[in-house]
Structure formats: structure tokens, C-alpha cells
Ligand binder design. Structure first.
Ligand SMILES: Nc1ccn([C@@H]2O[C@H](COP(=O)(O)OP(=O)(O)OP(=O)(O)O)[C@@H](O)[C@H]2O)c(=O)n1
Ligand SMILES: C[C@](O)(CO)[C@H](O)COP(=O)(O)O
Length: 407
């Protein structure tokens, strides 16, 4: 039965659509160092690219289903993509199968939502028009609709190494996402499902509902293997000027800058440049106030185009309250690595009357380098001839520069 709603200039409300973005898979076939959704395509992750397409669709709610432990990062990606639609974002924790992750997302869908689309983050380059076709089919009366592409290869049925039969490919289609359903149909089908299916259309079909097909899009391919990742990276890479060279242009290195300031007045001993300075006054801050480490974090994140320290370590990440440099730097190293970068070098300068760095400079460089996986880190220190707040001994300032190279 069609949803009894039509688009009109303020007369009849349009049905409210939620998009569940399942991003909790591990990506074993990709073989990456991070959950697949957090692997970089360019300066941004697969999840960020997927969310761009989702936020371009007419969604009233966007539920991102994240791997356990990565909910904060998923929230960051969603909020940064949402722009002025941040109120639409919800986060859920995924399960060990796609079906469990979808179920977790369904629990987070708001009560007034009438149409639910389920979309693989791994189909990161899906054009917004695909979302519109799926929504349109449901508004027109389908209980469910999925995008499909014709199968282009000749298909055989096999038994081990033996070809058993030819299969008529005209009867086949390759299923993509977003897969959309009337909310009541999807909820009931998921509640009743007693086996594991690879897509939502199969869950709904097992509950006895017909599912319609709409045209898919080649750009909605799923990033599954390293070859898929290369293809996606090629599609998002800026086009090199034809005059530059006939050879492939390698990705350019990127530099970033960061500064941080903390006032004295914290509790306990001072922590600065990854070292504990017993007998020196502590800096105040949400974490340990290590301005040197924080300036380095900002420099690395800015070089990678990943925002700044507030983006990844703000008050919505309570696990970093009181944390020391090693926790901040290790996480930052992972973030830039997942985005496809390795550290060339980092240089940081401290402005402070105290502590005196001369006797511990090598120790500080070693501690910061170790936290950054062995990257080259140089530390310099200066006073400001009694000028400014550092000259008055009120606090510490640090300025860092970082160079990133394509991984
Ligand atoms: N437990 C899972 C498994 C998959 N997915 C999501 O479902 C989509 C399709 O999964 P797919 O990419 O095929 O699976 P992965 O588990 O990510 O990869 P692999 O099978 O290679 O491990 C992806 O966006 C993935 O993040 C999920 O949210 N939770
Ligand atoms: C929903 C889906 O994208 C349909 O193609 C699904 O994730 C497929 O998973 P699989 O890797 O093809 O099993």
C-alpha cells in the first residue's frame, strides 16, 4: 500500500526518512590497518565520503553504526560532514555481522521515521540520485526497493573445478545499497529473522514482502578489495594538469602547523614534551596540559586535513581526561596513518622560562619520537626576554610544524 503522503508546498508532509550507515565492518578482505570505514581515500576517510552522499539525500535522521570503540570517531566524522544538519546525527555500536549492525542501527531510529534506508559505508561514492530513486519507489508504494546493476560477466554454475551449467545472466542483478523499506516492514522483518542474510532485501523477502528494483550506479561499487580501494582513490584524486607530466603525478607531501598554550596552576608535577618534571609547577588543562604534545597533535592533524585537537580529543572523548602525551600522539599517529600518511618529521619549539630543556632535550625528543612510532622529532626551547605571559612565568607556549608523506 502506498504511503499516503505526497510532496507539496507545505500542504501534506513528506515521509520522514532515516538512513542507517553501516560502518562497523572490519574490512578483512581489504587487509588494512584500521576498520575499513576509517581507511583514507584522500585526506578523508571512506566513512566521510559515504556520509557526504548521505547528507546530500533528503534524510531526517542519519544513524552511523560504528565499530565498538570507534563511536567517538564516527561521531566526529558525522558532525564534520553534517554542517548545519548536526541535529540529524545518531551513533550506534555495531555487531559481529552486518545484520547485527543493521539491527543496532534500527534500535536508534526515531519513532516518527516512516522510511528507513540502509547504506554500506563501504559504498562510499554512491551518488545522491541513487538515494532519491530508492526513496521515490517507496513513496510510490513499494514495501522495499534496492538499487541493482545488470550482471555483465557470463555466469557459470560450478562444482569445485568443474563447470556444471551456464546461468542466464538476464535473470540476475547485482545488489547495491542504499536499500530502502517502509519502516514497519523492516522492523518486523528484522525482528523475525532467524538466519543471517547478506543484505536487507533478503531479510525483508524472508518475511514475505516483495522488494522492487531501481537502477543502481557503477559509482556505488563496494570497496571490498585493495583493487577497489585503488579505484576509489583514483576517482576522488584531483585531476593532474595535462601539461604537468605524462607520467603519474605522485601525491605531494603536506605540511601542517600547530600551537598550544597552557597556564601554570595544575595539580601535581609538570608534564611537558612527554616527560614528567618533578619539582616543577604543573600546567592546568583537561588532560595533563602538555602544550608541546598538543601543538604536535595539531600540526599533524592539520597536515592530514583531519581537523584539530578539539575534533578528536574534545570533551566528547572523556578517555583523554588526564591523559599524557603518549596517548595523544599514538592516537594521532593512527589517525594520520588511516588517512594514508606517514610522518616525515616534526619540529616543535617551546617558549617558557621553566623548565630548562637543555639537559633533557634528547630525552624529550626520544619520548615524543617513541610515541609517534619512531618518527623524527626535534625540540627547541627559548625564553622571551621577560616579555609576554611566558616571560612573566605564567605559562608555556609551544609551536610545531609537521611534514607528512604519502604512506
Ligand atoms: N559486522 C559488520 C560487518 C559489516 N558492516 C558494514 O556492512 C557493509 C558491508 O560489509 P562489507 O564491506 O562486505 O564487510 P566488512 O566486514 O567491512 O569487510 P570484510 O568482509 O572484508 O571483513 C560495510 O559498510 C561494513 O562496515 C557492519 O556494519 N558490521
Ligand atoms: C548489502 C550488500 O552491499 C549487497 O551487495 C552487502 O554488504 C554485500 O556483502 P557481500 O560482501 O557481497 O557479502
Amino acid at each position: 500500500m502506498p504511503l499516503d503522503l505526497a510532496r507539496g508546498p507545505g500542504l501534506i508532509p513528506v515521509p520522514r526518512v532515516a538512513v542507517i550507515v553501516v560502518a562497523a565492518g572490519s574490512g578483512t578482505r581489504l587487509g588494512g590497518r584500521a576498520p575499513k570505514a576509517f581507511v583514507g581515500l584522500d585526506a578523508h576517510t571512506i566513512l566521510r565520503h559515504a556520509l557526504r552522499g548521505v547528507f546530500a539525500a533528503p534524510a531526517a535522521q542519519v544513524v552511523v553504526v560504528a565499530p565498538a570503540g570507534r563511536e567517538g570517531d564516527a561521531l566526529t566524522e558525522a558532525l564534520e560532514t553534517a554542517g548545519d544538519r548536526r541535529d540529524l546525527v545518531s551513533i550506534a555500536t555495531g555487531g559481529s555481522t552486518r545484520q547485527e549492525s543493521v539491527q543496532a542501527g534500527l534500535h536508534a531510529v526515531w519513532p516518527d521515521v516512516e522510511i528507513v534506508l540502509v547504506h554500506d559505508a563501504a559504498r562510499a561514492l554512491t551518488p545522491p540520485a541513487v538515494f532519491e530513486r530508492v526513496i521515490g519507489a517507496i513513496e510510490a508504494g513499494a514495501a522495499g526497493a534496492i538499487p541493482v546493476l545488470p550482471v555483465i560477466d557470463t555466469i557459470k554454475r560450478v562444482d569445485g573445478p568443474a563447470i556444471v551449467a551456464a546461468v542466464d545472466r538476464a535473470e540476475l542483478a547485482a545488489a547495491q545499497t542504499p536499500q530502502g523499506f517502509r519502516r514497519d516492514v523492516l522492523d518486523a522483518a528484522y525482528a523475525a529473522a532467524d538466519e543471517d542474510f547478506t543484505d536487507d532485501a533478503a531479510v525483508v523477502a524472508s518475511a514475505g514482502h516483495p522488494v522492487a528494483a531501481v537502477a543502481g550506479d557503477p559509482l556505488a561499487f563496494k570497496i571490498t578489495t585493495p583493487a577497489d580501494l585503488e579505484r576509489a582513490r583514483g576517482l576522488v584524486a584531483p585531476v593532474a594538469p595535462v601539461t604537468a607530466t605524462l607520467d603519474r603525478v605522485p601525491p605531494a607531501p603536506r605540511v601542517g602547523v600547530g600551537t598550544d598554550v597552557h597556564a601554570f596552576g595544575g595539580e601535581g608535577d609538570l608534564w611537558l614534551a612527554g616527560l614528567e618534571w618533578q619539582g616543577e609547577g604543573a600546567l592546568a588543562g583537561h588532560s595533563d596540559g602538555d602544550a608541546v604534545a598538543h601543538a604536535i597533535v595539531d600540526a599533524l592533524l592539520s597536515a592530514a586535513g583531519l581537523g584539530d585537537i578539539g575534533t578528536h580529543f574534545g570533551t566528547d572523548h572523556p578517555e583523554y581526561a588526564g591523559a599524557h602525551a603518549d596517548a595523544f600522539l599514538a592516537r594521532t599517529l593512527a589517525l594520520v596513518g588511516e588517512a594514508g600518511w606517514r610522518i616525515g618529521n616534526v619540529a616543535v619549539q617551546v617558549q617558557a622560562n621553566r623548565p630548562r630543556f637543555a639537559s633533557r632535550r634528547a630525552e624529550a625528543e626520544a619520548a615524543l619520537s617513541a610515541a609517534l612510532g619512531g618518527a623524527s622529532v626535534s625540540v627547541s626551547a627559548t625564553t622571551t626576554d621577560g616579555l609576554g605571559f611566558t616571560g612573566a612565568g605564567e605559562g608555556v607556549s609551544a609551536f610545531a610544524v609537521a611534514l607528512l608523506l604519502p604512506a
